[in-house]
Design a protein around this ligand. Structure first.
Ligand SMILES: [Ca+2]
Ligand SMILES: [Ca+2]
Length: 131
């Protein structure tokens, strides 16, 4: 499990190496030998951003690897357009929804639940737009 993340260890090549087992026998399983290993695809960039954004805020106070309510609030306000429109009780409500184990902290797994919900919303907009 990757606990700490910094932009330095989040490059596409190292992540891909872990996923594909590059450098071992599985090297032969890489589908396209011409795949530029040092070039990030947009999806890989997006994934790195999702992970990096979590750690950018989770390290500010308390547990370095979980988001407190204050850290979540800052993340939502600074990184999402919806943060601007969020009402006073909005963060409490969001925290309550995301904090599945009720420890008043959002761990990375709980954060992925938030991302999933956001992805679904974006997809709904996308489908509405293309009708
Ligand atoms: Ca924290
Ligand atoms: Ca929690």
């Amino acid at each position: 499990m990757i606990r700490a993340a910094s932009p330095a260890n989040l490059n596409a090549t190292s992540c891909r190496s872990k996923v594909l087992g590059v450098g071992s026998v599985e090297n032969a399983l890489v589908p396209d030998p011409a795949w530029p290993m040092d070039m990030e695809t947009p999806l890989e960039k997006a994934l790195a951003t999702l992970v990096y954004t979590f750690h950018k805020y989770s390290g500010k106070e308390g547990d370095k690897f979980t988001l407190s309510k204050g850290e979540l609030k800052e993340l939502v306000k600074k990184e999402l357009a919806l943060g601007e429109k969020m009402k006073a009780g909005g963060i409490d409500k969001l925290m309550g929804t995301l904090d599945k184990n009720k420890d008043d902290e959002i761990d990375f797994k709980e954060y992925t639940g938030f991302l999933t919900a956001l992805c679904m919303t974006y997809n709904d907009f996308f489908q509405q737009d293309s009708k």
